[in-house]
Design a protein around this ligand. Structure first.
Ligand SMILES: Cc1cc2nc3c(=O)[nH]c(=O)nc-3n(C[C@H](O)[C@H](O)[C@H](O)COP(=O)(O)OP(=O)(O)OC[C@H]3O[C@@H](n4cnc5c(N)ncnc54)[C@H](O)[C@@H]3O)c2cc1C
Length: 397
């Protein structure tokens, strides 16, 4: 990988990616061992991209995502000691003991998926990226303007440098500034809630089972990590979340123990609590001439169904394949005709997951009586009607 110091004033690449988050780096890694020259730009310093801070997110990955990370030669950089298996997932409604159950045997695999801290995934992606001579990482630089014409695209950086390329890819988060500069708008939904995530140690074992407790006004989830630790996820109103963030560790431990109805016995916070606003986004167009959005910049999911990065990986897999096919056919990779294949394929996968997730959040946080009834009915429906359950399980394979 080339570094900043080698960067000249005006640069020419085949692809320029804005955003060296997990999606941007994974996308760039897809061009390893090719002649395609990729520049990847991030506002963060290189040391931060190389050693990402713990951000409280523990990412549940599907089998397909692991396959993609293996293909990108990233998976082997993740220590097996830091990977936990999710064998089963249970969804409970209100105070009812009835639960919707997803089991690994139903997909004929050893587990439903894996749980890995986000900073570990990011670190392993960087380890792979730095070995690739055709990828140039440009740090401490923001994209200040975008210019697209028939022959090429270019971006102007905050450090005064200009990058010309055949294609610009925005991977700069769900609040993508590059997407806005392109005049592309999003469908956005503010749930007016925050998600508090943290790691906790607990007395009783989790037996590698993930739990989602849909209470009223508050959702309490646990994702099984190594030993007797779980990623604890609380979605609640802004006021209550703010209290949860401010209270002492001792009070927080007690609060979580109560929220889980003592399900795990004694609970103890490990490290810090992190808060995320629950705003989802779905970009109205994933592509335009010489431009594409990937990852959260394309679809910013509600984390409750743990699909965000999985969907990001699926999308970049599609885009990489379309670009490689275009190159093989000696076609310009920036043409809308090439990019439109990516748009329609991703839309087909992403739209149902996005709509279903937002629908689930609406239904399972509603306190009105018909919604309470429907919630119970749906859990039973999914559990007992095989094709419905199959549809839910298919996204894990
Ligand atoms: C609490 C929580 C739990 C989650 N759990 C899961 C899970 O279990 N499973 C799952 O699949 N997904 C999960 N997700 C979603 C997952 O974290 C995201 O989908 C993923 O991080 C998106 O990666 P990204 O690279 O697209 O965007 P980001 O991670 O937002 O990275 C964007 C990058 O762009 C850079 N950037 C931004 N603006 C600019 C600019 N103007 N110029 C240059 N650089 C810029 C930033 O510095 C950053 O490096 C969770 C999310 C949250 C919040």
């Amino acid at each position: 990988m080339s570094l900043n110091k080698k960067v000249k004033k005006n640069l020419v690449f085949d692809i320029v990616v804005v955003g060296a988050g997990p999606t941007g780096i994974a996308f760039a890694c897809g061009f390893a061992e090719t002649n395609i020259r990729v520049a990847i730009v991030d506002k963060l310093p290189r040391e931060v991209v190389a050693n990402p801070k713990i951000d409280g997110r523990e990412i549940a990955l599907t089998h397909h995502s692991v396959k993609i990370l293996k293909k990108l030669d990233v998976w082997r950089h993740i220590s097996s000691r830091l990977i936990s298996e999710i064998k089963e997932a249970r969804v409970l409604d209100g105070s009812s003991k009835y639960f919707l159950n997803f089991n690994h045997q139903e997909i004929r695999k050893e587990n439903l998926g894996y749980l890995i801290p986000n900073h570990v995934i990011r670190e392993s992606l960087y380890k792979r990226l730095r070995k690739l001579p055709n990828i140039t990482l440009i740090n401490k630089a923001e994209c200040v303007s975008v210019d697209i014409n028939k022959q090429y695209a270019s971006i102007m950086l905050s450090n005064g440098k200009k990058i010309k390329a055949s294609l610009i890819v925005a991977a700069d988060s769900r609040f993508s500034k590059v997407r806005s500069k392109m005049g592309i708008s999003v469908f956005s939904r503010d749930f007016n809630k925050d998600m508090i995530v943290c790691r906790m140690e607990h007395e009783k074992p989790h037996e590698n089972i993930a739990y989602e407790f849909f209470r009223y006004n508050q959702t309490q989830a646990s994702l099984p990590y190594i030993k007797n630790q779980s990623s604890i996820v609380t979605t609640a109103t802004k006021d209550f979340s703010s209290n949860l963030m401010k209270m002492s560790d001792k009070k927080f431990n007690q609060e979580m123990q109560n929220s889980f109805n003592n399900f795990f016995g004694k609970m103890k916070l490990i490290g810090k609590r992190y808060s995320y606003p629950m705003i989802t986004t779905y970009t109205k167009k994933f592509v335009s001439h010489r431009f594409a959005v990937v990852g959260d910049a394309a679809v910013g999911m509600h984390p409750v169904t743990a699909h965000g990065f999985n969907l990001g990986l699926k999308g970049l897999e599609i885009l990489i394949n379309e670009i490689k096919t275009a190159i093989k056919n000696k076609t310009d990779i920036g043409l809308t005709a090439v990019l439109q294949n990516y748009q329609s394929k991703l839309h087909r996968v992403a739209a149902p997951i996005y709509l279903a997730t937002n629908g689930i959040v609406n239904l399972y946080t509603s306190t009105i009586f018909p919604a309470k009834l429907t919630r119970q009915f749906i859990l039973r429906l999914v559990n007992t009607v095989k094709p419905v359950k199959r549809a839910f399980l298919s996204v894990l394979e």
